[in-house]
Design a binder for this molecule. Structure first.
Ligand code: HEC
Ligand code: HEC
Length: 413
């Protein structure tokens, strides 16, 4: 081990001194060329990591298992099965334009290095989360790096992407490479993209009416904004205690009950420490039984992503290619796009009408979850119920126009 490090140091010194010697010969252009080349290698590395089973415990999953490019980077089912096959409680979202989402919520856990807890995560940090999620890839970043180190060609790929050096394969680099690859996945070639690029005729009159409502009366663009059509914020998208909320809480508890048993059956070794371990212990505490018939607050447990089961804030979903990314919502509870808009609008109206209650419940849930949600992830109108944007007076015809507009976010078939 020591000799290996010593050799690497020697190698590094030699490379650095060689580079220093060559420096006067290098023009500005060449430095850029090296940077561009490295970036291209980083994208290529990210693409291969996205399909690498080494990131998952027991090597059963890849990122593409759930974000399959030919399914618009989703898996086409309501709930991703995950490594246990029991479901992960969430619907897999698209990766189109994902690099334009300003930030992502992290699991709400304490001291969860290298994945910060309850913080706003960058895309690179977010990419490491599934590796440690006990229901998704069920490993640790540390173990994944160990497997990558033993895998043929990986060391060389990291060297091409990051240059030679003693650092080699690190968590930060794995995240960065995955993010570099995801940054190349732009919005699909669609009528609305062409419209944004200046082609006024890309949308029909009816579709343009839908766009106007999307940006105006429907207030959709308050949350579905920016190049990813997501503000990257956490919103109360449905009423606490509503049918959808109760169904999600029950689902979370059933998952928890199954998880520990399934891991034992699979003879899987969970990491001793780290975010995956913490998530797992919250998900399926050893001493307490997990009881789906108990009320969520009596269980006092968080769901797999660290959220309080009795109250969920939802991270705005991107809408690119939405006509082809169903089933819908983060819980995959709605099958068709038309129904999704109707459900969404009526739920947002209810949240607005019950704002005071929602705000109090949110405070309580935050206290129970042990750590507060980062302010950066919350919308500015949090203390001003009147400012909550919700569509109030949309007619059935308006909703049809919005639906027609949403279909322009996919290629015309
Ligand atoms: C078992 C299925 C599964 C696997 C494997 C998986 N993901 Fe995901 N991914 C999901 C689900 C489900 C969500 C939504 C989570 C949520 O709503 O909280 C998600 C969310 C994301 C997000 C955030 C997008 C958003 O809008 O919330 C990114 C980025 C992402 N995954 C990247 C990856 C990468 C990179 C890998 C591989 C290291 C990966 N995923 C592996 C299922 C999976
Ligand atoms: C207050 C913020 C907010 C507003 C306003 C809003 N949305 Fe959303 N939207 C969200 C959030 C958050 C989600 C994810 C909700 C969930 O999973 O439960 C979402 C999900 C969706 C989805 C499902 C996407 C998928 O892939 O599953 C569609 C479609 C959608 N919104 C369209 C609209 C339309 C159309 C409007 C205007 C009528 C609108 N939204 C207004 C925040 C908002």
């Amino acid at each position: 081990m020591d000799t290996e490090i010593a050799m690497k140091c020697l190698f590094l010194t030699l490379t650095v001194s060689c580079q220093l010697m060559l420096l006067p010969l290098w023009g500005q252009k060449d430095t850029h060329k090296v940077k561009d080349e490295r970036q291209a290698y980083r994208v290529a590395l990210g693409r291969s990591l996205f399909r690498s089973p080494h990131l998952s415990g027991k090597k059963q999953m890849t990122c593409a298992t759930c974000h399959e490019p030919s399914y618009s980077f989703t898996d086409g089912v309501a709930e991703s099965p995950g490594i246990l096959g029991t479901g992960v409680g969430r619907n897999s979202p698209t990766m189109f334009a994902i690099a334009h989402v300003p930030q992502f919520p992290g699991p709400r856990l304490a001291n969860a290095s290298p994945l910060k807890s309850s913080q706003a995560l960058t895309l690179a940090e977010r990419c490491l989360v599934p590796i440690e999620n006990p229901l998704e890839m069920a490993s640790s970043v540390k173990d994944a790096i160990g497997r990558l180190k033993n895998s043929q060609g990986m060391k060389a790929s990291f060297e091409r992407a990051y240059g030679p050096g003693i650092l080699g394969i690190t968590a930060k680099r794995v995240g960065e490479a995955l993010a570099a690859y995801l940054s190349t996945i732009e919005a699909p070639n669609s009528p609305y993209r062409n419209f944004l690029a200046g082609d006024q005729n890309a949308l029909s009159t009816f579709e343009r009416r839908g766009l106007k409502i999307f940006q105006g009366g429907g207030q959709c663009a308050h949350c579905h904004s920016g190049e990813a059509l997501s503000d990257g914020l956490l919103h109360t998208a449905f009423l606490p205690g509503s049918a959808r909320d109760v169904a999600q809480s029950q689902r979370g508890l059933i998952l928890a009950a199954k998880a520990r048993r399934s891991f034992a059956n699979m003879k899987m070794q969970l990491p001793e420490t780290g975010i995956g371990r913490e998530l797992f212990d919250r998900l399926a505490p050893q001493l307490q039984g997990c009881d789906a018939t108990m009320s969520a607050s009596a269980n006092r447990r968080t769901t797999y992503d660290g959220q309080d089961p009795s109250f969920k804030q939802m991270h705005t979903l991107s809408l690119w290619d939405v006509a082809r990314t169903g089933p819908y919502f983060r819980d995959g509870s709605v099958a068709t796009l038309e129904q999704t808009i109707q459900t969404h609008v009526s739920e947002l109206r209810q949240v607005r009408a019950n704002w005071k209650r929602v705000r109090n419940l949110r405070k309580q849930a935050n206290r129970r979850a042990g750590s507060k949600t980062a302010k950066r992830l919350l919308p500015k109108w949090i203390g001003h119920p009147k400012g909550v944007p919700t569509p109030d007076d949309l007619t059935a015809g308006d909703l049809q126009a919005v639906l027609a507009f949403l279909k322009t976010l996919s290629p015309r078939s």
